[in-house]
Design a binder for this molecule. Structure first.
Ligand SMILES: Cc1ncc(COP(=O)(O)O)c(C=O)c1O
Length: 373
């Protein structure tokens, strides 16, 4: 691109830090010529539901046709499941697309979007890409400080992003905290409540977001097929929002945002309760395995309500992630999300968790003195 053209791109876009995805296994294996496992993107170690795979294969054979741009069948199934109308369901190219659309529909230069420090990196990116000001509130105990966020709402604030449970720290807030927060949010400010990891949460007082949705016009709930349903590669998620907002989002999205293969797989995955149950079970067990193993090394991982574990390792965290890579284990260093001393490990299959703990057992001792210094 010519320099002159580049200079025409607004500074608020050029200044956005690029999203850093987890390294693909194939890339690491090619570069380092070793077998690698990926515990870096909070994926499902069981793979997709077999029912979803079969539905995807069948849909693939009809790939000469455009998909149903309105995702009617999937919307109706989700509406029935959640007790809302199908006009209140928006199917997105992953829930990521809806994070972006929430900002595009409501923000512009002169307005503001609010979120927490240390949360999902797409929220600040979506806010900044719209030209609005980014308001970020510091965390408390590795979680959202909802009272401080309520106090940070300004006249110009139009969208607030919350992740519950949170990525990358793995913490969750409870129903009473959310209730109190929502009471303090003006009715013309949209609250995007991202529940990508809800199925893994164990906290007994986890908010009943659908009940809140019925009571509040300004709440959007985001869910995804990428995590517990194991369909991250197909890119499909959904939002539950008031029909008026869904109507506007439909104008902004590309007409065929999700593929027929993804829609068919998602529909079948919804009916595979057994796969969901097994995924939650293997994840909760693996989470315990990782937390106990790290604890035995003298580390203090944050208690997790998700399919990943966050642990602070001190100033060598990035280097340690690099060394784990050379042992064939891909984890996520978190400097780019505001935690330069921490890494995040996604829960894998039991043998993958063992491989990580064995590699960490070799790598960590040389660094432990630095952390304690
Ligand atoms: C909190 C949170 N929301 C949304 C997403 C994106 O999910 P999707 O694959 O549906 O775009 C992620 C992905 O890691 C996430 O951690």
């Amino acid at each position: 691109m010519s320099r002159f053209l580049e200079e025409r791109i607004p500074e608020y876009i050029r200044g956005i830090p690029a999203y850093v995805p987890g390294k693909p296994v194939e890339e690491v294996e090619r570069e380092l010529k070793i077998h690698a496992i990926k515990l870096a993107s909070n994926e499902n170690p069981l793979g997709p539901s077999p029912l979803a795979l079969e539905a995807a294969r069948n849909a693939l054979a009809r790939s000469n046709r455009y998909p149903d741009g309105g995702s009617k069948v999937l919307r109706e199934a989700l509406a029935a499941r959640h007790g809302v109308s199908s006009g209140e369901i928006f199917i997105g190219l992953g829930s990521s697309e809806i994070i972006d659309l929430a900002a595009r529909a409501l923000l512009r230069p002169g307005l503001a979007g609010l979120t927490s420090h240390g949360t999902f990196a797409l929220y600040p990116i979506a806010i900044r890409a719209s030209g609005a000001a980014l308001l970020e509130v510091p965390q408390r105990n590795y979680g959202f400080d909802l009272p401080a966020m309520a106090a940070a709402i300004r006249e110009e604030t139009r969208v607030i992003y919350l992740a519950n449970p949170n990525n990358p720290t793995g913490t969750a807030f409870g129903a009473a905290e959310l209730d109190e927060f929502l009471r303090r949010v003006p009715r013309d400010v949209l609250v995007v409540l991202d529940e990508a990891y809800i199925e893994y949460a164990e906290r007994m007082d986890f908010p009943r977001s659908l009940e809140l949705f019925r009571e509040r016009d300004n709440l959007v709930i985001l869910r995804t097929f990428s995590k517990v349903h194991g369909l991250a590669g197909l890119r499909i998620g959904y939002g539950i929002a008031r029909a008026g907002l869904v109507h506007e989002w439909n104008k902004l999205r590309t007409p065929f945002n999700t593929s027929a293969v993804a829609q068919a797989a998602a529909l079948a995955a919804l009916d595979d309760a057994e796969h969901v149950r097994r995924s939650v079970e293997i994840t909760r067990a693996g989470r315990g395995q990782l937390i106990a193993g790290l604890g035995r090394m003298g580390l203090h991982p944050v208690a997790s309500e998700t399919n990943f574990v966050f642990v602070e390792l001190g100033p060598h965290a990035k280097q340690i992630a690099g060394e784990l890579l050379r042992h064939g284990v891909i984890v996520r260093p978190l400097g780019w999300t505001g935690f330069p001393d921490a890494i995040r490990i996604s829960v894998g299959a039991p043998e993958e968790n063992d491989t990580f703990l064995a590699a960490m057992g070799q790598v960590w001792p040389a660094h432990s003195a630095v952390r304690q210094a």
